[in-house]
Design a protein around this ligand. Structure first.
Ligand SMILES: Nc1ncnc2c1ncn2[C@@H]1O[C@H](COP(=O)(O)OP(=O)(O)OP(=O)(O)O)[C@@H](O)[C@H]1O
Length: 433
């Protein structure tokens, strides 16, 4: 990360005009000083300083203002109020097809876009082979882009955006469109750009991608910046909010943000904060009494050996009766990325009705096919199944309730990756005639 500020936003807000009917827009144009629209603030008072080389993920529910923010930084939209300073050459992949002239061929658009990005004809010619190879759309490169599929659009747009040596790269959801091989190629290229110090702004609903690519993240809600912190904390709060949104009794779900200094505050009280340690949902009448790791024989253990059978035993005290509670867990690696998750409903098991003042002990048994290292456990308890991962009421949702330490299994094969598939191998040799 450099010492220079790449992007600075001071009190940036954006107001759109909304018209109930198309005719109202016309009336406003034709009759001076008449107002037939309503103001809608898509961004409210955003302050942000991003240093060169930082990789920023922007997260938020639909309509929270992510694209508006990116467009303002990319200078395709002007803010209504506030100040925006951008230092460096920006290459932006915004809405599908934006920046392309539909009547031009792919080749013409590459030159057209390259010039907009500040390259001269020779420089673009020099890069063209690489762009064409990266886009890999065959003879379509000489067809008008209006004949392209959405996948072809993204391929060409991405190929241009990443091959013009941007200092700041802005990517808005675009990668979701391509096929898996193209997505992998794009992520690899983004990682390379990140590693050579390119500043990256990245909007995605894919939290795994944000975990992997970004060093920092923002959470937007209703046009407001509500959290500016590490991706792990931002995604935790975002997911808690999604749980709250899906809840049939959302008012009953209270999100606690535990600050780095240990103090708790209700999410509703929070303004922009960066010192978040944990995000917790907990109904007052449900509590975790114990969490234990046991070996195959039921003996308590403090560390597990890779590939051993492990029992995760949890005691939950219900002080109120619940008709149909379910319990789940997640294992996450240290950046917060989920390696595995399930719950009793997904496993086809029912706890059944739980009366008030009942201690429920539940035990998940599994092999630990993980690389040596530390993993964290997240627990969730919810009541009343509606569908997969959807319940009437979330009772408890807490990250990092326990750390699972895994040691290397010295009897294992050598392997790398996340999960040991414990493969066997057979070899057959025959003379070939
Ligand atoms: N030109 C416009 N006129 C009026 N309202 C607009 C306009 N563009 C965006 N909006 C509104 O501004 C809000 C923010 O939109 P924006 O596209 O920035 O959200 P987003 O977080 O990117 O959403 P999504 O995840 O669905 O892409 C939305 O409520 C949207 O309806």
């Amino acid at each position: 990360m450099g010492d220079e500020i790449a992007i600075s936003l001071k009190n940036v807000s954006k107001c759109y005009k909304r018209y109930a009917r198309p005719i109202d827009r016309l009336k406003e144009i034709l009759i001076p000083k008449s107002i037939h629209s309503q103001e809608f603030w898509a961004l409210k008072d955003i302050n942000l300083e991003l240093y060169q080389g930082e990789t920023l993920g922007i997260i938020g529910q639909n309509g929270s203002g992510k694209s508006t923010l990116l467009q303002i930084i990319a200078r395709t939209l002007t803010p209504t109020t506030g100040e925006v300073v951008v230092n460096g050459r920006v290459s932006a992949l915004l809405e599908l097809g934006s920046g392309f002239n539909p009547e031009f061929t792919g080749r013409q658009n590459v030159f057209f876009n390259g010039q907009i990005l500040g390259l001269n004809k020779e420089e673009i010619e020099h890069k063209f082979i690489e762009i064409e190879k990266f886009a890999d759309i065959g003879s379509f490169i000489d067809q008008p882009v209006k004949t392209y599929s959405s996948g072809m659009f993204v391929r060409l747009a991405f190929a241009v955006a990443v091959n013009v040596n941007p200092e700041i790269l802005i990517v808005d959801e675009a990668l979701a469109v391509g096929d898996i091989y193209f997505q992998q190629k794009c992520y690899e290229r983004i990682r390379k750009l990140r590693d050579i110090g390119t500043t990256l702004l990245f909007v995605s609903h894919d939290s795994t991608a944000v975990h992997k690519l970004c060093s920092r993240a923002l959470l937007l809600e209703g046009g407001k910046l509500i959290l500016d912190a590490q991706p792990k904390q931002v995604i935790d709060l975002y997911e808690a909010k999604l749980l709250q949104k899906n809840d049939v009794q959302p008012d009953a779900v209270k999100i606690d943000i535990i600050s780095e200094d240990g103090s708790r505050k209700l999410e509703q009280e929070s303004s922009v904060t960066s010192a978040v340690d944990e995000v917790v949902i907990n109904a007052p009448d449900v509590s975790i009494k114990f969490i234990r790791f046991l070996d195959e024989q039921g003996e308590e253990i403090l560390v597990a050996i890779s590939e051993q059978l492990l029992q995760l035993s949890i005691g939950i005290l219900f002080l109120q009766s619940y008709a149909d509670p379910h319990i789940g867990f997640k294992i996450r690696e240290k950046t917060g990325e989920v390696i595995f998750e399930t719950n009793t409903w997904c496993m086809g098991k029912s706890i059944g009705r739980v009366d008030s003042a009942t201690l429920v002990e539940i035990c998940f048994r599994f092999y630990v096919p993980l690389m040596e290292g530390e993993y964290t456990i997240t627990f969730g308890i919810a009541d009343g199944v509606i569908g997969e991962s959807t319940f009437e009421r979330t009772l408890l949702y807490a990250h990092n309730v326990s750390v699972l330490k895994v040691l290397k299994n010295t009897n294992s094969i050598r392997w790398s990756g996340i999960v040991n598939l414990s493969p066997t191998v057979s070899i057959d040799k025959q003379a070939y005639v």
